[in-house]
Ligand binder design. Structure first.
Ligand SMILES: Cc1ncc(COP(=O)(O)O)c(C=O)c1O
Length: 396
């Protein structure tokens, strides 16, 4: 079968050096990042402080617009921040937790950093209710919908679950939440760039994610979407001068919020990270998430089949519509096997209680997948993991 996306491999130097199956953690660096970072230093060197007026000041919105095109957001509705945890904190800071509507509902498979943000607000009145998974892989939708009631304030869910690749039904959860006056925050980190996401079609209230993984954009470039219909009534307490309507008036006293997306910024943004993120976004946009998803579905199925052939069970949903871009293999001695895989230049990762995560992306060749799974089997059969068993730390 011809793979038209193979041509993109030349844009990612690391693919010549190893078997790279870890885009659920850190997407491969596009070679264009080097030029982007040079553009950043060139502008700073040549123009100095004038760089702010020549692009830097607006960068959280102009880069946000590029993310917006990937996740179905209208122009001017996405701003860039450092990471998801900051975005979740900023969203939560728009609300009062002292009243009757103070319940936070999310799945127990949610990304822990998101949990830490909401748990830390229990002192201020937040009541966190976790929707239990029975199998550690999927989350029953009916149970999720039943947990959302008239006292629910926010539902900060993961579109794709980081420890299993399970795809949640965001639209159904939004419909239920809106019926009872609750708002939904969709974490798109494990979907945007590999699984289609459409914040406008879902009518979701907030969305957040980052550039590190499937967007191949590197660290420091998280994004925050706020539905335009909500903008004017939200007043984040996590704020700063960039969110002011007239930042350069340097007015003393309380903030007068900007009337556009800048309202959801705070202080000086991480400009180099925003430059770096553009190269990956440009490629993802050109390739198109639909084409990426099509290839991903085929290669994810291939991984599932190979896992079965090599005697591994998977911690990934069996329904192709319900799984994202990664496959989790339940491999005995998983942490030690992962270390040996890394030593052999097969780059995957291990999550305690889940297993070894393998992810093809649009730049992955089929034979890399075959190699990774058979190498895993060989390491186990030969006991080549034993030397790593004493090593501490879970690693990245
Ligand atoms: C679903 C999900 N949310 C959030 C994060 C990261 O959060 P942050 O951007 O705060 O580091 C990750 C992975 O690192 C993730 O998989």
């Amino acid at each position: 079968m011809t793979d038209s996306l193979r041509a993109w491999r030349r844009e990612f130097p690391i693919l010549d050096r190893c078997t790279y199956l870890v885009s659920h953690s850190l997407g491969a660096m596009p070679r264009g990042v080097t030029a982007e970072l040079a553009a950043y230093t060139d502008l700073w060197a040549a123009r100095g402080v004038r760089a702010w007026a020549e692009g830097w000041w607006d960068l959280p919105v102009t880069v946000g617009d590029r993310v917006g095109r990937i996740i179905g957001a209208a122009p001017g509705s996405v701003v860039m921040h450092q990471n998801v945890s900051v975005c979740q904190s900023l969203i939560l800071s728009c609300f009062d937790l002292g009243g009757r509507r103070n319940k936070i509902v999310y799945e127990d498979l949610n990304f822990p950093s998101v949990m830490y943000v909401y748990e830390a607000h229990r002192d201020l009145g937040a009541r966190v209710e976790m929707v239990r998974s029975d199998d550690g892989i999927t989350v029953p939708l009916e149970r999720y919908l039943a947990a959302i009631d008239e006292t629910t304030l926010l539902v900060p869910l993961s579109h794709v679950v980081f420890r299993s690749g399970f795809v949640q039904d965001v639209a159904a959860i939004v419909t239920r939440a809106h019926e009872v006056g609750a708002l939904v925050v969709a974490d798109l980190y494990q979907s945007a760039g590999t699984v289609p996401a459409d914040v406008t079609a879902w009518d979701v209230d907030f969305a957040t994610g980052g550039s590190v993984k499937w967007l191949c954009g590197g660290p420091g470039a998280g994004y925050l979407y706020v539905a335009p219909r909500l903008r004017d009534r939200l007043k984040p307490r996590v704020t700063g001068w960039m969110a002011h309507a007239h930042p350069f008036a340097f007015e003393t006293g309380p903030i007068e919020y900007a009337r556009d997306a800048m309202r959801f910024l705070h202080g000086t943004p991480a400009i180099p990270a925003l430059y770096a993120a553009r190269a990956g976004q440009e490629i993802i946009e050109k390739v198109g998430v639909a084409a990426i998803r099509e290839k991903s579905r085929r290669q994810v199925q291939m991984l599932m089949d190979l896992a079965g052939e090599h005697g591994f069970s998977t911690g990934t949903p069996s329904d192709p519509d319900k799984r994202g871009g990664m496959v989790i293999l339940d491999v005995p001695h998983g942490a030690a096997v992962t270390r040996e895989l890394l030593r052999r230049d097969v780059v995957v990762d291990h999550r305690p209680g889940a297993g070894i995560r393998y992810s093809p992306h649009f730049y992955t060749d089929d034979d890399e997948i075959v190699h990774a799974v058979s190498e895993t089997r060989r390491i186990l059969d030969a006991g080549a993991y034993r030397a790593h068993e004493a090593a501490g730390g879970a690693g990245f």
